[in-house]
Design a binder for this molecule. Structure first.
Ligand code: T46
Length: 136
């Protein structure tokens, strides 16, 4: 997905009692997790995101509901729907992202490689395109 990897999260089913998914820093994902955040209570049809990160690496997954990710970087622009708790997307290069809530109350969870740093965000699309040129 535009140079971002779709990853399978290890998932253990229990007969008639659902499933349990897990991942471990460094063992299952290639960074130390310094921060976890999640986005909830979003109405259907709402879009969030509209930014890129310079250094931050993140694993995004949707434990409940249906969320479309629109990702763009130097390798192209692609869309992926997160609707299975055992599927994640690893964003490990500067990538413009938009998230569209396809279903009310869907939850987006993110494991991030660093603390919240406002200076790591590029929130203007033209600045993002310029940044991609600069780092080429
Ligand atoms: C991303 C996508 C997938 C904090 O204070 N600490 C935090 O750790 C985060 C993530 C956000 N914030 C504050 C910054 C804003 O005042 O929470 C507010 C909402 O954040 P934002 O508008 O950036 O939310 P999204 O949904 O557009 O983007 C978020 C993440 O910020 C971003 O890193 O990749 O989810």
């Amino acid at each position: 997905v535009a140079g971002c990897k779709v990853a399978h999260i290890k998932t253990i089913p229990t007969v008639d009692a659902g499933e349990l998914s897990f991942f471990e820093a460094n063992n299952d994902i290639p960074f130390d997790i310094k921060r976890i955040y999640y986005i909830s209570k979003v109405p259907e049809g709402v879009r969030r995101g509209f930014h890129a990160h310079k250094e931050l690496k993140q694993l995004l997954f949707c434990p409940y509901g249906r969320i479309q990710l629109i990702l763009e970087n130097e390798l192209g622009r692609e869309e992926i729907e997160l609707s299975d708790p055992s599927i994640a997307v690893m964003i490990d290069r500067p990538t413009w992202r938009e998230m569209l809530w396809l279903q009310k109350d869907s939850v987006l969870c993110v494991a991030a490689s660093d603390y919240y740093k406002v200076e790591d965000y590029i929130r203007n699309y033209d600045d993002f395109k310029k940044y991609l040129e600069e780092i080429r």
